[in-house]
Design a protein around this ligand. Structure first.
Ligand code: DAH
Length: 336
C-alpha cells in the first residue's frame, strides 16, 4: 500500500466514525453506540494496523503517527457522544417519571381569615360592611363619641396627628357616626379597618392594627339584643360549648359599657381561663344625637374588637409581631 493511500484511508475512517457518532440520538445507550461504532470501524481499523508492517521503514513512521491520530480521533468522537448523552438526560431532557415540583400558592393572612369569618357570621345575622377613612378629624374620632374635651387620648403625645385637626384614627368607632349620618335606621353594620396608636411595637402591642367595629341602631333596641347577638356570635365562632361572660367596663361612647370574655385554653397546661375579646355597650345618647338622630326614638348597641388578639388566642400565638413579620414559614401554618 502506498503511504498516500494509507493516510487517505485513516482519514476516511476517522471521518466516518465521527459522522456515525454525531448522527446518533443522545438517548442511545452507550453500549449500543459502541456496538455500531465497532461494526463500522473494526475491520478497517485492523486492516490499517496490519498494513503498517508492509510499509517501508520511512513510510511506517509517518503512517504510525497517522494511525495513532486515528485512534485518538475515534476516542474523542466517543467522548463527545458520551458528553452529549449526559447533557441530554439532564436539564432539558423530558423525563415523565420525575416527580412534579410542589406548586407555591399564596393564602390569606391569619388576621384576614379571622375578619372574614366574623364578617360572615354577622352577615348571616343581618349586618353589612361599612368603611371609614383612616385619616380622621378630631370630631369624628373623639368629639362625636362623647369624649370630654380634655380627654388625655386627644393629647398630641398620645395620638398620631397629621395636622391641626386631622389624626390617624385611634379606633374604628368613628365609623359609627359616619354611618348613622348617611343611612337612616334600622342600621346594622360591621366596620373592619386599620387603626393607629402611639404604642411601642412589643409582644402585645402594635402601633397599627386591625379593629372590627359593630353597630346596631333601631327603635326599641335593648341590652338583650346586644347580649343575645354577641353570645350567638361567640357560639358560632368558638363552638356551641364555649362559655362567655359579660362584665362592666367603661368607654365614653357607650352607657352602660361592658366587655365580653370567652373561656379559652391557651394550650400552656394551665387549662381554661377567661380572655377579654371585645368592648361593647349601649350607644350613648350623646352619640346618637351627634349623628343627628333623636335619642328618644332610637337606641342601639355597639362593640369593638381586635381580630389579631382573637387570632392569637385561637392559634396559641404569644407574640403579636409574628403577625407582622411576613415569614412564610410561620404564616403558612394557618393556610386554608
Ligand atoms: N373603640 C374602643 C377601643 O378602641 C373599642 C370599643 C369599645 C368599641 C366599646 C365599641 C364599644 O363600639 O361599644 O378600645
Amino acid at each position: 500500500m502506498q503511504l498516500s493511500e494509507y493516510l487517505a484511508q485513516a482519514d476516511a475512517l476517522a471521518h466516518d466514525a465521527r459522522a456515525l457518532l454525531d448522527g446518533l440520538d443522545p438517548s442511545t445507550r452507550l453500549d449500543v453506540a459502541k456496538g455500531q461504532l465497532n461494526a463500522l470501524k473494526d475491520e478497517r481499523f485492523n486492516a490499517l494496523q496490519a498494513a503498517l508492517r508492509s510499509l517501508s521503514a520511512d513510510d511506517r513512521r509517518a503512517a504510525g503517527t497517522a494511525f495513532n491520530a486515528l485512534r485518538g480521533a475515534i476516542q474523542e468522537a466517543l467522548d463527545l457522544f458520551a458528553a452529549r448523552q449526559a447533557k441530554g438526560s439532564g436539564a432539558d431532557a423530558f423525563d415523565p417519571t420525575m416527580p412534579a415540583r410542589r406548586g407555591w400558592q399564596g393564602t390569606l393572612h391569619p388576621v384576614t381569615l379571622v375578619i372574614d369569618e366574623i364578617c360572615e357570621i354577622f352577615r348571616e345575622l343581618g349586618f353589612t360592611i361599612a368603611l371609614g377613612p383612616e385619616a380622621e378629624t378630631e370630631w369624628y374620632n373623639f368629639g362625636a363619641l362623647n369624649f370630654p374635651p380634655d380627654h388625655p387620648a386627644m393629647e398630641l403625645h398620645d395620638t398620631l396627628y397629621l395636622g391641626e385637626d386631622t389624626l390617624l384614627r385611634t379606633h374604628t368607632s368613628p365609623v359609627q357616626v359616619r354611618t348613622l349620618q348617611r343611612f337612616a335606621p334600622p342600621v346594622r353594620v360591621l366596620a373592619p379597618g386599620q387603626v393607629y396608636r402611639r404604642d411601642f411595637f412589643d409582644a402585645t402591642h402594635a402601633p397599627a392594627f386591625m379593629q372590627l367595629e359593630g353597630l346596631a341602631v333601631d327603635e326599641g333596641i335593648s341590652f338583650v339584643d346586644l347580649k343575645a347577638t354577641l353570645a350567638e356570635f361567640a357560639r358560632r365562632f368558638y363552638g356551641a360549648s364555649r362559655r362567655v361572660r359579660f362584665g362592666p367596663s367603661y368607654f365614653p361612647f357607650v352607657e352602660p359599657g361592658a366587655q365580653m370574655d370567652v373561656e379559652v385554653d391557651l394550650n400552656d397546661g394551665k387549662g381554661l381561663r377567661w380572655v377579654e375579646i371585645l368592648g361593647c355597650g349601649m350607644v350613648h345618647p350623646n352619640v346618637i344625637e351627634a349623628a343627628g338622630l333623636d335619642s328618644e326614638k332610637y337606641t342601639g348597641w355597639a362593640f369593638g374588637m381586635g381580630p389579631a388578639r382573637i387570632a392569637m388566642s385561637r392559634h396559641d400565638i404569644h407574640d403579636i409581631r409574628l403577625l407582622y413579620d411576613s415569614d412564610v414559614r410561620f404564616l403558612e401554618q394557618f393556610a386554608r
